[in-house]
Every structure is written in C-alpha cells, then in structure tokens.
Design a protein around this ligand. Structure first.
Ligand code: HEC
Length: 143
C-alpha cells in the first residue's frame, strides 16, 4: 500500500517536471499541444519532452522507474510499437497522445530512429500515428 502510493507519487513528479519546463516559456495561444513543442522538429520535441526522462544521450536512467535507453534500441524498428507507447504510455512512460500532434509524434520517432546509433529505414508518417489513435480511448495510461 505505502509502496504503491510512493511509486505513484514519484511517477507524478517525474511526469510533471518536463511539462512544467515546457510550459514555462510559452506566451502563445493554447492549442492542446505542448506549447514549446509546437515545432514538429523531432530534435525539438525530444529536447523539450523525452530528454527529461530518456536523457540527452538517450541512454535512459534508473531512478524512480527504470527508463529504457532509446539509443541502439531494436524496439524502434517497427512503427506500431513506439507509436503506441508514445500515444498511450506504458508502465511509468506517460501517455503523450493528448499533448502531441500526429506530426510531432512522427517527427520525434523519426528523430530517435535516426539518431543515437539507430539507423532504421522507412520513416514513420503522421498518417500512421493518426490511424493508431483509438476513437474514444483516453490518453491517460502510463501509470
Ligand atoms: C516521464 C518520463 C518519460 C518521458 C517524458 C518519456 N518517456 Fe519514454 N519511457 C519512459 C519509461 C519509464 C519507459 C519504460 C516503460 C515500460 O516499459 O514500463 C519508456 C519507454 C519508452 C519506449 C519503449 C522502449 C522499449 O524498449 O520498449 C519508447 C519508444 C519511448 N519511451 C519513447 C519516448 C519518446 C519518443 C518520448 C518523448 C515524446 C518519451 N518516451 C518520453 C519514460 C518517459
């Protein structure tokens, strides 16, 4: 019981940090996507959001939760799996489908699939991301 609560609390703190950082320097209109990550540049989305957990070098970390490396990660080879993880979360990975657009998700996945020692052919398209969104399913997974 206590263990479970502290795990949820730590997860919530880890979740809040990148969002707070991304909100801080925004003065523009709210569009439902992360303000400073409105750029569809994969590098920008990675730096603003993913990097807080997966680290600058994408080697992951072990802390409140074990954060897997995205560097040299064969799980990025297929399109469906990483799209689904980013949309709906998994374990301590928050669901980001409610704050990132299809273009942003495709952009950041292509960025990690072509950097950090990854060279996966066949770019992920925004259309694939759109098709993976399940009508009516909330972007509330991850914990
Ligand atoms: C709050 C911390 C956090 C943030 C922010 C975050 N992740 Fe994750 N991510 C995780 C954790 C923890 C896991 C492991 C989940 C599990 O399998 O239990 C994970 C897993 C993944 C996986 C699956 C890896 C594998 O080998 O199965 C991918 C792909 C991924 N994240 C991509 C991203 C991308 C892209 C972003 C930015 C858009 C991002 N993550 C942002 C914490 C985070």
């Amino acid at each position: 019981m206590t263990m479970k609560f502290s795990k949820i609390l730590l997860g919530a703190v880890a979740l809040a940090l990148p969002f707070a950082a991304a909100m801080a320097d925004n003065a523009g209109p709210q569009t439902g996507t992360l303000p400073t990550a409105q750029s569809t540049s994969g590098a920008t989305v990675y730096a603003n959001l993913c990097q807080a957990c997966h680290m600058e070098d994408a080697r992951g970390a072990v802390g409140a939760a074990a954060i897997p490396p995205l560097a040299g990660n064969k799980h990025l080879a297929a399109h469906a799996y990483p799209i689904f993880v980013v949309l709906y979360g998994r374990g301590a990975m928050p669901a980001l489908g409610g704050i990132l657009s299809d273009d942003q998700i495709a952009g950041v996945l292509n960025y990690v699939r072509q950097n950090f020692g990854n060279h996966f052919a066949g770019p992920v398209s925004p259309t694939e991301v759109k098709a993976a969104r399940i009508p009516g399913k909330l972007y509330a997974g991850g914990f």
